[in-house]
Design a protein around this ligand. Structure first.
Ligand SMILES: [Zn+2]
Length: 159
């Protein structure tokens, strides 16, 4: 599975720094209660579409509840107020296409869509109360990326 995100602010440097710490910031109380391990992502894409590979694809990165063990995370610098750019759309599509050639990828989802997997065999979170509603990476962005990947037929939900 590939999961697309936005960072909800920050710059390439500040997000890189944020992900570099081993332990999670104390402000993220809900996540901290589940584990002190910091959040991270396999890839980070800046506003101009430049791709940074931060975590090896086959290592566990903490970017989504319940599905980390089977997913590759792609973070994009942006937020609801600063929607993701066309350059980011292109880079995400290129990177996803590359990853589908390398690995057996079945699903492509936005973080905002992960609830669809909550009652499926894919969900591995054992605490039923550990869940947060997410808006990233934005509907328009997801639609644009999917439009560029129509030929690959990646699924967006477990049905
Ligand atoms: Zn996210």
């Amino acid at each position: 599975m590939i999961v697309l995100h936005y960072t909800d602010g920050g710059t390439t440097n500040s997000i890189y720094k944020y992900f570099s710490s081993d332990t999670i910031e104390s402000a993220r109380e809900l996540n901290k209660k589940a584990s002190p391990l910091n959040v991270s992502s396999h890839y980070l894409i800046d506003r101009k579409g430049k791709v940074y590979h931060l975590v090896p694809d086959t290592l566990f990165a903490r970017h989504i509840i319940g599905l980390n063990y089977c997913s590759i995370g792609i973070e994009n610098i942006g937020s609801k107020k600063k929607p993701l750019t066309d350059a980011q759309v292109l880079s995400n599509a290129k990177l996803i296409r590359h990853l589908t050639k390398k690995y057996k990828i079945e699903f492509l989802i936005g973080h905002s869509e992960y609830e669809n997997f909550r009652n499926s065999k894919w969900w591995k979170e054992t605490d039923p109360d550990y869940f947060t509603v997410k808006e990233d990476p934005g509907k328009d962005f997801l639609e644009k990326v999917r439009n560029l990947l129509q030929d690959i037929n990646l699924k967006s939900n477990p049905e």
